[in-house]
Design a protein around this ligand. Sequence first.
Ligand SMILES: [Zn+2]
Length: 376
Amino acid sequence: MSPSPSRPARRQATSSGPQSGPQSGPQSDAQDGSLGASRPGTRRGPVSGRGLALAALALAVLLPAFSLAQADPVGERPKIDGERLVQTLGILAHDSMEGRQTGTPGGDRAQAWLVEEFERRGIPDLNGTRTMPFDFVPRGGDTELEGVNILGWIEGSVHPERYIVVTAHYDHLGVRNGEIYNGADDNASGTAAILEIAGWFRDNPPRHSILVVAMDAEEMGLQGARAFIAEPPVPLDRVVMNVNLDMVSRNEDDELYAAGTYHYPFLAPLVEEAADHSGISLLMGHDSPDLPPGDDWTMSSDHGPFHQAGIPFIYFGVEDHPGYHDPTDTADRITPEFYVEAVETALDFILLADRRGERILEERAALSAAAAGVGN
Ligand SMILES: [Zn+2]
C-alpha cells in the first residue's frame, strides 16, 4: 500500500465545529432510526409556542452542562488504557517475535501469546471457539501453509445474533536478509487496539454482538480474511459491518483515515460524528476507484474480502510513512499520543455504529437489493 501524491485522496470529515459531545455507553440515540445526514446544518424540524417555552426552560437548566460539553467534547468519549495499549504493541513488535511471519516460529510465538492474552483479559471466545485455523497457498507461493485467526466475542444485549466484526492482522513480514521486520505500526498497532476495544465493550455491553478477530496471513494476500468469508464462524447476512484497523500508531500530522464511505455513503455521518468528537483529524478518502491504484485502499487490507462479500466496511489507517514494510517500523518510532487518540476515535465510531446497527443492516440490504436489481 503506497499512496502517490498525484490527486487528493481525502475528503475532510469534520463538519463546522463540534456539536454536542458523545454520551457514554451503547444506546440508540437516533430516535427516528436515521443514520443522520452529512452535517451541513441542524437536523431538527420546527417547534410550537408551548414547545418553545419548554425548550427555553430546558435550556436554562441544561446550559451549564451543555457549555461544559462544548468546552471539552473529547473528554466524554470512551477511554482506553493507553499505557497498556502501547505496551502491548511493544510486546508484539519485540525482536523475540521475529516479525511474526505466518508459518514461522516468530508467527507461532505471536499467535500463542495472543491466545493467552485474550484469556488473560477475560475476552470470551465464540461459543467455545477461540482459534480458526485455515490452510492456504501464499500469494506467489506453491507450498500450503496454515494460518490461524483468533476470535473474541462480546455478546450484544439487544441483538446478540447480529455482529459488528472488528479486525486487525497480527502477522507481518518476518526476517529478511537477516533483518527483523518488527511491524510495530503494521500491524502490532491494530492488534493491540482490538484487544483494548474488546475489553472496553466487555465492560460496556454493546447492543449488537462485537466479534473481534486477530487475522493471520494478511501480508500473504489477505488470507485470514478470505478464510473468514469462505467459512464464516457466524452467518454473513447477520454481519452489520466490518471495522478494520491496520497501521494506526504513527503519523506526525495527527491525521487518521477512514476509508469506505465512497462505497457506503450512509456511513459518512457516523464518521463525521466520530471526527467531531476526536482530538485528531479524521479524514475520509482513499476509497474511490478513479484514484491511482496505490491511492485506493479498498482492497489493501482485511476489509477487502468483506467488501467483496457485500459487507459494509470502514478501514482506519494512516498514510504511508518511511517505516512502511521496512525494518525501521519499530516501537520506538510510533507517535503514542496520536495512537491512543486514533484508537479511541475508532472505538467511538464502533459505538456509533452499534447504536445505529439496525439502520446499517437496512442500508446494506437495500444496497444488495439494488445490486441484484442491476444484475437482472
Ligand atoms: Zn498491514
